[in-house]
Design a protein. Structure first.
Length: 361
């Protein structure tokens, strides 16, 4: 009985705080005023307000609990609406069934509620599936999500991970990325990107000029696709961190040469270097070329940079029995994805992490 009274009292307090927030803040917030007039979006405004208080533990100024831009609001709706629990509770069978009504509702918003400049609080959209997947993003789902990009103009972080998109579905997203001019962080983990998708993505690199972090892992990118990326990655001159976990074994050296034209790049992770024992010598050769090119030191990954294996500045490359390089070779040949080294450039601040999976080594 006591718990029931406490629950009722809490709800009354929440209602009072909600009304206080609206009274003091909505009149000066064009976006919120417009959202409250929209029958479809009005319930989401209060949900946004309630969840934002939960997310940020420290007390917020009253008016900071309401959405400031349409980008922040739509991103919130997408993240909440694609949660598995929400979809089950509302009998939503696929993502497009949620995105399409949301698009119809936001299309009714006034243009002066759109975000056009950078905001103090970065707008983030993260969609993360499960392993094994509860449901996959179909091409129709991806197309419906991409249709929302004009209303996510100030998005700075976009992660679509473990959504198991097919190549055609991923291309629907890639085709519209150019609309996200403020994007700084893009992660497409576990979504298929074929050669056509790679070409499309590299063609819009020049439009993603603010990108600081790019992560592409488990995308099924072919060696030819990786070579295309290696030729074009330098278009992302603001890039600071680059992660690619695909078939990159044949492009290690070319990729590194391109990195040298990217002054802000500080860390690159080249993983999933799937090889067979017969292919390991070529991988080792490329790694050594990289080390000599950068006049680098080679360290352990686990523990991080604790053990120094090799120092190009203090080693004789022509020596046939170089114990330091022998340790590097041994590390690269570890089985089942255990082979990994950190190459620390001696010419500039740049770490390249190489993960090698050698089957049968």
């Amino acid at each position: 009985m006591v718990s029931m009274y406490l629950s009722v009292d809490y709800c009354v307090q929440e209602d009072q705080r909600w009304q206080e927030t609206l009274l003091k803040c909505s009149s000066n917030n064009t976006l919120v005023t417009a959202l409250l007039k929209n029958d479809e979006l009005r319930p989401w405004v209060r949900q946004y307000w309630a969840r934002r208080k939960d997310w940020i533990k420290s007390p917020l100024p009253l008016c900071e609990e309401l959405p400031k831009t349409l980008t922040h609001f739509v991103a919130y709706c997408v993240m909440e609406g694609t949660e598995e629990g929400y979809m089950r509770a509302h009998n939503i069978n696929n993502y497009a069934d949620f995105f399409s009504p949301l698009l119809k509702a936001v299309r009714m918003m006034f243009k002066d509620t759109f975000c056009t400049t950078k905001t103090a609080v970065a707008a983030t959209l993260i969609i993360e599936g499960r392993i094994p997947p509860a449901r996959k993003f179909t091409t129709a789902d991806s197309s419906a999500l991409a249709d929302l990009f004009p209303y996510l103009r100030c998005l700075e972080k976009l992660h679509i991970m473990k959504s198991w998109m097919s190549a055609s579905a991923t291309r629907k997203i890639i085709d519209r990325l150019c609309e996200l001019k403020h994007l700084k962080d893009l992660d497409l983990f576990s979504n298929t990107i074929d050669d056509e998708g790679v070409v499309k993505l590299t063609q819009i690199f020049v439009q993603l000029k603010n990108l600081k972090k790019l992560s592409m892992e488990a995308n099924g990118i072919t060696p030819a696709g990786v070579a295309i990326i290696a030729r074009n990655i330098a278009k992302l001159q603001e890039l600071e961190k680059f992660i690619i976990g695909n078939e990159v074994a044949s492009s290690i050296l070319n990729m590194t040469k391109t990195f040298l034209t990217m002054p802000k790049l500080r860390k690159a992770v080249l993983s999933a270097l799937h090889t067979k024992p017969a292919e390991i010598p070529e991988v080792e050769k490329q790694v050594r070329e990289v080390v000599e090119l950068l006049q680098a030191k080679v360290y352990s990954v686990r523990p991080w940079k604790v053990k120094l294996f090799y120092d190009a500045a203090n080693s004789d490359r022509n020596a046939t029995m170089d114990s330091g390089w022998a340790m590097v070779r041994s590390e690269l040949r570890k089985d089942l994805g255990g082979g990994a080294v950190v190459v620390e450039s001696g010419n500039r601040e740049l770490n390249i992490v190489l993960w090698v999976t050698c089957w049968g080594c």
